[in-house]
Design a protein around this ligand. Structure first.
Ligand code: SAM
Length: 337
């Protein structure tokens, strides 16, 4: 029911929810980037005028973001729309903000140019662009919330000196490890200039330039380097699907044994293609992850396909964790077979 005069059907409300959800997704990303979400998390409330003054944002736009958030029960606005307080949906959105940022900031251009990408010719004519800086910021947040806690469990008891992180994004994992284990060194490898820039800034901010280096390189075609010989742990989070299709994944995993000949462990964490999910039951992230990778012509393996490829990979599973959010996600700790 929209107003006293206007009664809308359930179907029309689904439609309105779809539209409002798109605006709210963009508003979540913007609110995070300008510090509005963090302020709501810290104080439980925000005044539009005081936030606008402190952040330099336009008060009307701050209010517009808050109205968008209120449509999804993330905040509640007072009657004159000058103050917002966190509402029932806030905690989940705050925890999941990286997914929204990935979608709207990282993949925004891909989605707005979708009609031109419907055919192979269209995709070839115009490359499919994502914002690699925003993707690495989003993934840092997703990994911290959902992958790092089980990852730390899998590290227990391992004796580490040098870690190479493939598709390192922001290098957050290497910084976390260097912080946790003061004698370790890190090498981050990523193909995207935006990710390398975010990495370099984060490593400098952490004062770890003497312990963590970054290399801009294609993980799928790594040339041997002297420093790789000292690596005893290889990690790879949220990019393992780039190893696929299947025959490439087998070759790639086997080649890692040669590139990092002294690696005693390979820890891979990734999200897989869903199975058995229909229509409105799609969980958080799955639909965006699968749509975007389809447009990018990137094959996404299922969890079963990952398990089956490992049998031929030159590695064996020593330990594993299954992750519920993002759904259909896993972390494997592999050791040389
Ligand atoms: C989804 S992000 C994950 C970033 C990071 N691993 C994390 O957990 O936050 C995937 C990263 O892999 C990088 N990547 C994708 N394909 C790559 C390749 N062939 N070689 C090196 N890096 C690659 C991307 O540039 C991006 O930074």
């Amino acid at each position: 029911m929209a107003t006293a005069e206007q009664v809308i059907s359930d179907e029309a409300q689904y439609c309105a929810d779809t539209f409002n959800g798109a605006i709210a997704s963009a508003a979540i990303s913007a609110a995070w980037e300008i510090g509005l979400l963090d302020e709501l998390e810290r104080a439980g409330r925000v005044g539009t005028a005081e936030f606008a003054r402190a952040s330099g944002a336009d008060e009307n736009v701050v209010r517009a973001l808050l109205v968008a958030l209120s449509t999804r029960r993330i905040v509640t606005l007072d009657a004159d729309r000058t103050e917002a307080t966190t509402a029932a949906g806030f905690a989940d959105v705050y925890r999941s903000k990286g997914f929204f940022y990935w979608l709207t900031r990282g993949c925004g251009e891909l989605l707005t140019t979708l009609p031109a990408k419907m055919t192979l010719a269209g995709r070839e004519a115009e490359s499919v662009r994502r914002d690699s800086r925003a993707i690495s910021v989003a993934c840092r947040n997703i990994a911290r919330s959902f992958f790092d806690p089980p990852f730390r469990e899998l590290l227990e008891g391992l004796d580490l000196t040098t870690v190479a992180d493939l598709g390192c994004g922001s290098s957050d994992r290497l910084i976390m490890l260097a912080d946790l284990l003061p004698h370790t060194r890190g090498i981050g490898i990523d193909v995207a200039a935006g990710a390398i820039n975010v990495s370099k800034e984060a490593i400098a901010d952490a004062g770890m330039e003497d312990r963590i280096s970054v290399v801009q390189d294609d993980v799928l075609n790594l040339a041997p380097r002297e420093e790789y010989a000292g690596v005893d742990l290889v990690t790879c989070f949220l990019m393992g699907h780039d190893f696929w299709p299947r025959e490439n994944a087998v070759t790639m995993l086997r080649r890692l044994r040669e590139t990092f000949p002294n690696a005693k462990n390979l820890i891979i964490g990734d999200t897989c293609r869903s199975t058995g999910v229909e229509g409105p039951e799609h969980p958080m992230f799955t639909l965006g992850f699968e749509t975007v990778h389809t447009v990018m012509d990137q094959y996404l393996p299922t969890l079963d396909e990952w398990s089956s490829v490992l049998e031929e990979s030159g590695w064996r599973i020593a330990d594993r964790r299954v992750i519920d959010l993002p759904a259909f996600s896993f972390i494997y700790r592999l050791t040389p077979a």
